[in-house]
Design a protein around this ligand. Structure first.
Ligand SMILES: [Zn+2]
Length: 103
């Protein structure tokens, strides 16, 4: 499975950054966007999912809310436990899952 650096959308009219992409800007209502790669972010909160209905025995899933340097918060998976304050890089895979990796 391949990955690319996660991109956020920035409003061409007012500069508001959003993720996920939206049709209209929540700040000014414009609908023209530019895409820019995230430069990573910092973990705000994290958790681990140990029991999933229909996926018993599939292993733990680590999740974190990450405040990107551009502003939006994204929910990301991680291969390891992350702690609040950890600096991470963000990527998105072919299945549209966002991944956080400690830097
Ligand atoms: Zn705007």
């Amino acid at each position: 499975m391949s990955e690319t650096v996660l991109a956020i959308q920035r409003c061409n009219a007012c500069g508001e950054a959003v993720f996920p992409a939206r049709y209209r800007c929540p700040r000014c209502g414009a609908a023209q966007w530019s895409s820019e790669p995230t430069a990573g972010g910092a973990v705000e909160e994290s958790t681990v999912v140990r029991h999933r209905v229909g996926a018993e025995g599939a292993g733990d899933v680590y999740l974190a809310s990450v405040r990107t340097l551009a502003g939006p918060v994204v929910i990301a998976r991680s291969e390891t436990a992350l702690c609040a304050g950890d600096a991470v890089a963000l990527a998105i895979d072919d299945a549209m899952r966002v991944w956080a990796r400690a830097r």
